[in-house]
Design a protein around this ligand. Structure first.
Ligand code: CP
Length: 322
């Protein structure tokens, strides 16, 4: 594994399998009465979230604590950003406190790459603008593998605002590398101009795509990222692209429904569909903690323990002192 996790390309196909295989071990740890192991004792994980987050921030903090790492949390509100401190000076200041890993989310594409140049720590991209959200893709790939057995040959339909979605970009890279066939569906105004070069099929007919999908992955309508009026009204969006109960009934038996959260219930997904047995939304969140434990372990412990970097070292999974 590379020193940082900035995009899915940092892993390659072998690295993707390595993370998913190791995640099985941390799912087991997460199911214990005391879900804590000493694998990262003495390490410090800093979280720098310049954009709002519930799932990603809390699951990284939980993952670090379950591995017995210390955590250092930076929140922009109440920080010296309000006095004009730059991203670089903020990064250098936190870097000077000696974290082993910095998990960063920022509204600017490329912010995580910049940070990796400024700090000595391993950097994990927790979402940068429209660009990438690699740990979301890892937890989604893991959840699909758990549900279907494998991504190889799986037919995955991603629906909605592809243009503004870092989740779509990272998922397309991960799902494709693992052998899935990806179709993107959505309004033409919300497709990126270069979509023809993305190694996906493009459709504007959701009902037809659903009939041959093993997985339907709904993206959040991100009104905050749309400078232009690219969307019809939310009601029109829901009528044409929302996964209603009637549309979900077109899915083949055994198909599963996913969403990265937070969901706009009643817009891209109907309430009853979000809460149906086919929905994996809460399982995605639970798996997110185990996937992030695997990523933190591989970045922070594996390089010290492995004679051969291609080999997955065995984490110490004995119970830690609570
Ligand atoms: N899926 C996701 O990134 O959710 P948060 O914005 O809550 O972290």
């Amino acid at each position: 594994m590379n020193r940082h996790l900035l995009t899915i390309d940092d892993l390659g196909v072998d690295g993707l399998h390595q993370v998913l295989d190791l995640t099985d071990r941390f799912v087991e740890v997460s199911q214990r009465p005391i879900p804590k192991v000493p694998a990262l004792r003495g390490k410090t994980v800093a979280t720098l979230f310049f954009e709002d987050s519930t799932r990603t921030r809390v699951s990284f903090e939980t993952a670090a604590r379950r591995l017995s790492a210390d955590t250092m949390a930076f929140a922009p509100r109440g920080s010296s950003l309000s006095k004009g401190e730059s991203l670089r000076d903020t990064a250098l200041t936190l870097g000077a406190m000696g974290p082993d890993c910095v998990v960063v989310r920022h509204s600017a594409a490329g912010a995580a790459h910049q940070l990796a140049r400024w700090v000595d720590a391993a950097v994990i991209n927790a979402g940068d603008g429209w660009h990438a959200h690699p740990t979301q893709a890892l937890l989604d790939a893991y959840t699909i593998r758990q549900a279907l057995g494998s991504l190889a040959g799986a037919r995955i339909t991603i629906v909605g605002d592809i243009k503004h979605s870092r989740v779509a970009r990272s998922n397309i890279a991960a799902f494709g590398a693992l052998g899935a066939r990806v179709t993107v569906v959505g309004p033409p105004t919300l497709m990126p101009p270069a979509i023809d070069t993305w190694n996906v099929d493009v459709s504007h007919d959701l009902d037809t795509a659903l009939a041959t999908s093993d997985v339907v992955y709904l993206l959040r309508v991100q009104q905050e990222r749309q400078a232009e009026a690219l969307l019809p009204s939310l009601r029109e969006y829901s009528d044409r692209w929302g996964l209603t109960e009637a549309r979900a009934a077109r899915l083949p038996p055994g198909a599963v429904i996913m969403h990265p959260g937070p969901m706009n219930r009643g817009v891209e997904i109907a309430d009853s569909v979000a809460d149906s047995v086919a929905s994996l939304v809460t399982r995605q969140v639970a798996n997110g903690v185990a996937v992030r434990m695997a990523v933190l372990f591989l970045l922070l412990a594996a390089p010290e323990q492995a004679a051969d970097p291609a080999e997955i070292p065995t984490p110490d999974l004995e119970a830690a002192d609570a």
